[in-house]
Design a protein around this ligand. Sequence first.
Ligand SMILES: Nc1ncnc2c1ncn2[C@@H]1O[C@H](COP(=O)(O)OP(=O)(O)OP(=O)(O)O)[C@@H](O)[C@H]1O
Ligand SMILES: [Mg+2]
Length: 348
Amino acid sequence: MRAAMRWAPTAGERSRLRRAAATDFRFDSPERIFISRKGGVASNVVTRRDAGVPARVCVTNAKGGTGKTTVAINVAGALNRRGRDVLLVDLDPQGNATEGLGLQEAYDAAPPTLFDALTDRCHREALDDVVISHPEMDVVPSNIDMLGAERELTVADLVARAKAGGVAADPTALSELAVNVTPDGVSGPHALDALDRALVGLDREYDYVVVDSPPFYGKLTDTGIYAARNVLVPALAEATSERAVELLVDQVTALEAQADIAVETLGVVANRVETTREDEEMLAWFDAVFADDPVWEVRKRVALQRAFSAGESLFEYDDSVDMTEVFLDVATSLDEQFGFAHPPEIPT
Ligand SMILES: Nc1ncnc2c1ncn2[C@@H]1O[C@H](COP(=O)(O)OP(=O)(O)OP(=O)(O)O)[C@@H](O)[C@H]1O
Ligand SMILES: [Mg+2]
């Protein structure tokens, strides 16, 4: 890691370095190769699956209706089109991604669900049983029980802080405010690792985990960003996005400090773009504020709404729609940023 810094790694390499540090591999910058900590040279390019660590992406913006769910589904569809194995996690209690992939029944399914995997230590391993297969990706659906998840995760975080001495309160008394949280079930300085731990326990390996997050700042969103350490930000090309982006930066900065992590911005998806002067001004603003990151433009297209209603991404619904090219650009950039260098295997 130290050696790599002499080489002033690019943003993509920094991202790989951090991931490599969390795996059995280290990144040797002079040769640009991954070397197994156990000894041998793994290969000159290690796929996520080889390294055992899927790339994780949290699609987030606390402002409602910016296109988080649309972007999550269609970027997942584009990654699938590039031959990647994708798990989409619907972390939003509204369950829009679950609905938008035609999995309404799962939203009303009986426990254990994602809620239990996130909030009950005994069910952490249960995420495998929650995964549903969709033609384009696997899905961890949201569920009506997720309406209680924000409260559980808030209490769990307080219990963790109380146990660590950061909050002057009795952990047992605090845990009684929740349904599933117990003092024994919470460990460490915070409880933001609920999704991270549940994902680590999955039997099946994926190239990507794409998380669709809810439209509010809170523990659920923090849990998604903590698990992914990478954010993809859909934002409308309108003036309200300036405040939304400022708040997102504040939230991520606070999370980085609380959890002692670094969060990378993978890019911004300017969404529902039209050819108005306001849209052009906002696109210029995104380019200026996110000067180091890619900014993509997704135009307003009714086909995206129709694909949602059909329970699939644009790639399955109608891949002749021009916006598929933008989502493929996003997917290509993610592959580059995460170090997938193998040529894509595009299914015929
Ligand atoms: N580029 C687009 N063109 C046309 N319609 C779009 C586009 N992007 C999103 N929509 C539509 O806008 C609405 C909001 O999009 P979406 O649900 O993806 O936003 P969201 O940020 O996930 O919302 P929430 O904050 O409620 O989770 C949906 O009806 C969706 O179909
Ligand atoms: Mg949504």
